[in-house]
Design a binder for this molecule. Structure first.
Ligand SMILES: Nc1ncnc2c1ncn2[C@@H]1O[C@H](COP(=O)(O)OP(=O)(O)OP(=O)(O)O)[C@@H](O)[C@H]1O
Ligand SMILES: [Mg+2]
Length: 411
């Protein structure tokens, strides 16, 4: 940061601190004078000096800092040609989402504005446009439609269909535990969305309750489809310890391991973890630290959902367990397979494929058991034949000895 931009930032920061009643104009003036005096030999930022003097707390500084950042983003958003911004809808760990009017078609849309640091990563920007274009080709009632991508005032933005409703996360956060049927209805709609995306070669990579919306008519919409992720997400989560990136409660083991060939089975895992949370009220693996959560995804045995919520059917529990198998080869091969079981369970039947998978592994164990039995039999027969040989040798030796005795006696 240059001195000039420091000064600009300080001016905005000081002004907002006074406006919000965190310090008096007189206290601010004293601090600004000290910042000026120290500039040559012992430079200090106004915000740090104000904390040092006890005029503001560190958390107040953080809040002001975020407010300034959002104000900057809002200014940039107001400059997006073709759109009239109407207000902020929400903010995730990284981006801010606005409600806006698309002037050409006179319709309401949502615009997601990404942080500036994304723009500095050429590789990311390339993927952002590539995935955005791929998402533009999708057309499905359960996918939040991608409308446009672009850049304004140094910020990249993603324009999408506006969903008037709520995210699944809001219900979960309010303590709702979903009944089996309601959860199945939601999960099936998301699975239909994923089937369409996967058939067009797009993997979501971030299926979770915050990215599943329910509109006013009760229709489920999968959000953020085609929004490129940072390749360094995992590293970022590790270093930031969840402060800025959210805790990875729904991420697949292969994504944690940083595998390159992520396929649709990663989305099946994320959807399985979401399903688990809906029907049990708990995330599958819980820890204070994101790194610990990730380790649990890799190593810990999953507590079957019907052990937590005993009203669940064995079938639904089996389906979730297969969706969340640590080894992707043990999961459903694709969403078509998953849908067969989801629909069977919804119709009150046993899941066909989950059963088969469990049967196959049981068969494996059975075959192993037979092999053990067979090899025991082989050992037994060998022992008998060894025993028989020993008896024959002994008998032959006795006969031989008897012959010698007889010969000696009758000589
Ligand atoms: N298309 C949309 N229509 C209406 N509201 C939306 C839309 N997309 C996102 N939102 C709202 O904006 C909020 C922020 O979305 P964003 O994708 O930035 O973060 P998130 O998915 O909630 O969390 P995270 O950043 O941890 O992934 C959402 O929680 C949702 O309430
Ligand atoms: Mg989102």
């Amino acid at each position: 940061m240059t001195n000039e931009s420091n000064t600009n930032y300080d001016t905005v920061f000081g002004k907002m601190a006074v406006e919000q009643g965190l310090c008096t104009p007189e206290e601010l003036r004293r601090c600004i004078d000290e910042v000026d005096n120290r500039r040559a030999k012992n430079p200090v930022l106004l915000k740090d000096l104000m904390v040092e003097k006890g005029f503001v707390t560190a958390s107040q500084v953080n809040r002001l800092h975020n407010a300034i950042r959002e104000a900057k983003v809002a200014t940039a958003t107001h400059q997006i040609p073709g759109y009239q911004v109407l207000g902020k809808i929400g903010a995730g760990a990284m981006a801010v989402v606005y409600k806006a009017r698309q002037l050409s078609l006179n319709r309401i849309v949502a615009i997601k504005v990404l942080p500036k640091r994304f723009t500095e990563n050429k590789d990311y920007v390339e993927r952002f446009y590539k995935e955005g274009q791929a998402a533009g080709k999708l057309n499905h009632p359960h996918i939040v439609q991608a409308v446009d991508v672009g850049e304004a005032g140094g910020y990249h933005y993603f324009v999408m269909e506006y969903v008037e409703g709520k995210t699944l996360y809001e219900d979960i956060a309010a303590g709702k535990i979903f009944g089996e049927k309601e959860a199945l209805d939601i999960i099936i709609q998301v699975a239909e969305a994923l089937r369409h995306a996967h058939s067009m070669g797009l993997i979501h990579r971030d299926v979770k309750p915050k990215n599943i919306m329910i509109n006013k008519e009760g229709i489920v919409k999968l959000a953020d489809m085609g929004l490129a992720r940072e390749t360094t997400d995992i590293e970022a989560a590790k270093t930031e310890k969840g402060k800025a990136y959210g805790t990875p409660y729904y991420i697949s083991p292969e994504q944690i391991r940083g595998e390159m060939d992520i396929n649709g089975r990663a989305d099946i895992y994320g959807l399985g973890a979401t399903f688990y949370h809906l029907v049990t009220g708990r995330v599958p693996y819980m820890a204070d630290d994101p790194v610990e959560v990730m380790k649990k995804h890799l190593r810990d045995e999953l507590v079957p959902p019907d052990h937590i919520n005993t009203t669940l059917s064995a079938g639904v529990s089996e389906v979730i367990e297969v969706m969340m198998a640590k080894n992707k080869a043990d999961r459903y091969s694709n969403v078509d397979e998953l849908l067969v079981d989801l629909k069977a369970v919804r119709a009150g039947q046993a899941p066909v494929l989950a059963h088969k998978r469990i049967d196959v592994s049981a068969l494996g164990q059975l075959e192993d058991g037979e092999a053990v039995e067979a090899s025991a039999k082989v050992d037994y027969e060998q022992a008998i034949s060894r025993y028989k040989t020993a008896i024959l040798i002994l008998a032959a030796a006795s006969v031989f000895l008897l012959l010698i005795i007889i010969l000696l006696l009758f000589r």
